[in-house]
Design a protein around this ligand. Structure first.
Ligand code: FE2
Ligand code: FE2
Length: 237
């Protein structure tokens, strides 16, 4: 059993890496980890997964980001196991958390119930409008796209990535949440959204601050869905 004190320590490690180390601190202050923990806890309770394992893994799930490649299962597994060496966990808990972290990007199908929960919580951060902003942010800061010149291939790749991840959702509970977080959006609007996000991401603006500048691009319903995805009030219902 992972104690609350250990969860606290794990949270601090996860936040430190996400805010200060990944992308050289450019994502400092972003709320992705907290939202992922909220989603993962919500889903874990619904499906009866081990809550402590899920929460610990959700805090640590992006610890491979500083390497620039968090899609590599083995790499992720090694990184998180090294991090967990300093925390006294049972062998079972350590392996369970590491497995969730390593398979969160879907490059290996998540097998345990806890891994499915953490994977799906992260995917729910990559669906809909928030997903488009966040993936554009990542691609910009990994220098995979040129923020000043978004080409049709960039648009295609970002849309395909979002679709691929959504199609990988494992649990019915998560699929239902995804339905409520997605809305019809034209490709020309997506292009504008990507251009804005990439330009701001390149200047070191975090996702949440980009999201509040989109009133001239998105319609009222699209803005409401984005707000819902960010404030997560629907999780308490
Ligand atoms: Fe990730
Ligand atoms: Fe993530």
């Amino acid at each position: 059993m992972i104690s609350q004190k250990q969860i606290k320590e794990i949270k601090q490690i996860g936040l430190k890496i996400d805010h200060d180390v990944s992308f050289n601190g450019k994502s400092k202050g972003n709320n992705h980890l907290q939202r992922t923990v909220n989603l993962a806890s919500h889903i874990a309770k619904k499906v009866g997964a081990n809550l402590q394992v899920v929460v610990a893994a959700a805090w640590l799930h992006d610890t491979a980001l500083p390497t620039g490649d968090d899609y590599n299962y083995k790499n992720n597994l090694q990184i998180v196991k090294d991090i967990l060496k300093d925390i006294t966990l049972s062998e079972d808990d350590r392996n369970a958390v590491a497995e969730c972290v390593a398979s969160h990007e879907g490059t290996k199908i998540p097998e345990s119930l806890e891994a499915k929960v953490v994977h799906d919580a992260d995917v729910l951060e990559k669906v809909g409008i928030l997903g488009l902003i966040r993936h554009t942010w990542k691609m910009t800061n990994l220098k995979n796209i040129d923020s000043e010149k978004i080409i049709s291939d960039d648009l295609k790749k970002i849309i395909e990535h979002i679709e691929w991840r959504k199609n990988m959702l494992q649990l019915e509970e998560s699929k239902n949440i995804a339905k409520n977080l997605t809305i019809e959006i034209d490709n020309n609007i997506i292009l504008k959204l990507i251009e804005r996000s990439a330009q701001m991401a390149n200047k070191g603006v975090i996702t949440e601050k980009i999201a509040v500048t989109l009133k001239d691009i998105l319609n009222k319903n699209q803005l409401l869905i984005l707000e819902k995805q960010l404030n997560q009030k629907y999780l308490t219902i």
